[in-house]
Write a protein that binds this ligand. Structure first.
Ligand code: FE2
Length: 265
């Protein structure tokens, strides 16, 4: 069984490059499950329901987010529009599970692939150098206790490499894949851990690489040089799609391989 996980789509350049590549990559690698992080797909800040629908149209099964999930107000209503047991598209857009109780949306989705394999996708947010949330490690334990599927993928949206590596080891043998997002910089440490969990510290941004992590270079440089606030705008140049392709045993859920993908224009 092959799973494709696409790193954070950033702005229109990110949407364009993922649209260009998602179809042929899914076909070439016989992908059974496609998960895409869309937290900054709308101009670099959050995601709208219509953009989420667009990414589903391209073939995504589940979408994940992160700390920018509430940037577009209309997304909260979209997440609230479906009950927990729904399989509609709005239910397949996740936000980190370790937020305050009672917020719109869910941090885990369980579904079935076209070939009949049960899977779960979980979304958690780290606590190091980020806004405060509940402990993601205990939250992972709780989510896993309720998951029936053997094939389980976690998008761990976190800043610190140490926290993400720690989560990989913590879930080794309990998840098919632990994939980091949020830093927008892909790491070259993809591997299958000893008990069968595919891991990569950060899958990297799917967006414009002639930028400072997605934003127009001059705007960010100005802020670093002066400390003055300014409006950030999504860059456009040199878009690349970053993804991880995971192969696993559909019965045990154990990963056997992970491959990094980075495709430009
Ligand atoms: Fe983020």
């Amino acid at each position: 069984m092959n799973i494709l996980f696409v790193g954070d789509i950033f702005g229109s350049a990110g949407r364009r490059i993922v649209h260009e590549h998602l179809g042929h990559v899914r076909a070439t690698h016989n992908v059974d499950l496609t998960v895409v992080n869309v937290e900054n797909a709308a101009g670099g800040f959050g995601v709208t329901p219509s953009i989420a629908e667009e990414v589903f149209d391209w073939g995504a099964d589940v979408l994940t987010t992160g700390n920018h999930v509430w940037d577009k107000k209309e997304l909260a209503d979209y997440l609230k529009s479906v009950p927990q047991d729904s399989h509609e598209r709005a239910r397949r857009v996740l936000r980190p599970a370790n937020y305050a109780p009672g917020l719109p949306g869910y941090g885990v989705y369980e579904g079935t692939t076209h070939s009949g394999v049960a899977y779960a996708v979980m979304n958690l947010q780290g606590r190091v150098f980020m806004g405060s949330t509940e402990d993601p490690f205990r939250a992972a334990d709780k989510l896993l206790a309720g998951v029936k599927a053997k094939v389980v993928l976690l998008d761990f949206h976190a800043e610190a490499t140490s926290e993400k590596v720690a989560m990989g080891w913590y879930l080794d043998g309990r998840a098919t894949a632990v994939l980091g997002t949020h830093t927008h910089v892909p790491t070259a440490d993809e591997r299958v851990l000893p008990n069968g969990t595919a891991f990569q510290t950060d899958v990297g941004m799917s967006g414009p690489y002639d930028s400072i992590i997605g934003v127009e270079k001059d705007l960010v440089l100005h802020k670093f040089l002066t400390g003055m606030p300014g409006k950030f705008e999504a860059a456009k140049g040199n878009p690349k799609m970053c993804a991880a392709l995971i192969t696993c045993d559909p019965v045990s859920g154990r990963a056997t391989a992970i491959q990094r993908i980075m495709l430009g224009e």
